[in-house]
Unconditional design. Structure first.
Length: 422
């Protein structure tokens, strides 16, 4: 098998698995327990938190473990909205991941209601949930006082140009006094196109609007430093940088408002209820530590191979076209339109050749819909149904790239002949 779909998910690093093993076997306690067998795991979780924080230049206290980036994205947007109950406008882009877009679309459908808690006295929770809210956090106060909503949310989905780039003047124009939060990703999962997050964060800050950044595809591929990028919220997920699936993180800037999406126990300093999955957290921590260590070499390793793959396909297969900016793009990703060939047919032939690639986000792979990202970039062409994304990794070899180029060429020739006969 030649795996060229690392933007969908990555294999667990042996070092991460090894670090996890004790917590899957002998050290299976609950970190919230009072006795040593469980309580000693608190330190283990904090070590991993430090490792994840270091990957993004954050203070460990500002990192919350979640179940995945979908949860982190939902939690960040929800927290920003709760902190600004009278502001009913969200700005995002047409090319965000479905975990942002579908949440925004669901919010647009909300009818709006006033829901102050009436009558019933809440039970007294042991160890006083909400008492330990971090300093300066909006805490869980929004829930305690009831959320007063006033009509549905309005969402602006910013367009991108044919190269997948955002026009910052559009962002400036979209922000109004009604805007509660801007959610714009760092790197696009389908094309790898990079948004100018530093400028976006500055614009949001100067306009007094909260900024959430989905940095899922950037982690381990480009330097992330929240000291340089003044985002209020930043989402990560472990399985894109060789940690297991089912573990994510949300960075929340110290003075930015936050209230939980998942209410429960007092875990994560009352910011995310639910017993911590120590093995997954440890796996994410170890993978984050290694991602940081290997970051200086990452581009040097993957860019030449990605370019060979890209040039091999574009140079030898007629009617192919790159989707996404030539340089403002992750070094591991190439997204190519094969004009006249349906993505799904090509992917099936490639699968038979042992090559794993995709036609967009893995989260939408089972839907018959064309790529919303390519559609936003090139609405006037059939490109959104005729594209394939290849995403490589530092472990990808030149031999694999050569075999892949040959297989893609062979498969494209077969399909071109079928199309010309029909
Ligand atoms: N955001 C982006 C840009 C992604 O690529 C993905 C996963 O494909 C997600 C969010 C969702 O991550 P998770 O699978 O951890 O929910």
């Amino acid at each position: 098998m030649i795996y060229l779909d690392h933007n969908a998910t990555t294999p667990i690093l042996p070092e991460a698995l090894e670090a996890m093993m004790p917590y899957l076997t002998t050290e299976w306690g609950n970190p919230s327990s009072a006795y040593k067998f469980g309580a000693k795991l608190k330190a283990v979780v904090e070590t991993a938190r430090g490792q994840v924080a270091e990957l993004i230049g954050a203070h460990p206290m500002d990192v919350i473990f979640t179940s995945c980036a979908t949860e982190s994205n939902n939690a960040a947007i929800a927290a920003a909205l709760k902190a600004n109950p009278t502001k009913r406008h969200i700005v995002t882009s047409q090319v965000e991941h479905s975990s942002v877009l579908n949440y925004c679309m669901a919010l647009e459908k909300e009818t709006g209601s006033t829901t102050p808690a009436q009558g019933a006295t809440p039970p007294q929770l042991r160890r006083g949930a909400f008492k330990n809210s971090p300093p300066d956090s909006g805490g869980a106060g929004a829930l305690a006082t009831g959320v007063v909503t006033a009509g549905p949310y309005r969402v602006t989905y910013l367009p991108v140009d044919r190269e997948g780039l955002l026009n910052l003047a559009d962002l400036e124009a979209a922000i109004t006094d009604e805007t509660a939060v801007v959610s714009l990703m760092w790197a696009n999962n389908e094309t790898g196109v990079l948004f100018p997050v530093e400028r976006i964060a500055e614009i949001c800050r100067s306009r007094g609007v909260l900024y959430h950044c989905d940095a899922v595809q950037a982690a381990g591929k480009v330097e992330i430093d929240v000291r340089k990028i003044p985002a209020d919220y930043l989402s990560l997920t472990g399985h894109k940088f060789h940690a297991p699936k089912g573990i994510g993180a949300l960075y929340v800037r110290r003075k930015s408002p936050f209230s939980p999406l998942v209410y429960g126990g007092h875990q994560e300093r009352n910011r995310r209820g639910g017993t911590e999955s120590v093995p997954l957290i440890v796996g994410m921590g170890k993978a984050a530590q290694l991602a940081r260590k290997h970051l200086p070499d990452y581009e040097k390793k993957v860019r030449p191979l990605r370019d060979e793959l890209e040039e091999g396909i574009l140079g030898s297969i007629p009617n192919t076209e790159l989707n996404g900016h030539k340089t403002l793009r992750l070094a591991n990703t190439t997204n190519i339109t094969f004009h006249g060939i349906e993505s799904e047919a090509l992917l099936i032939l490639l699968d038979k050749e042992g090559i794993c690639a995709s036609s967009g986000s893995a989260c939408l792979a089972d839907s018959a819909e064309p790529s919303h990202v390519i559609k936003a970039m090139k609405p006037d062409t059939g490109a959104s149904r005729q594209m394939v994304r290849f995403s490589i990794d530092a472990a990808t070899t030149r031999e694999q790239i050569n075999l892949a180029v040959t297989a893609v060429r062979r498969s494209a020739e077969v399909l071109t002949q079928v199309v010309s006969r029909s």
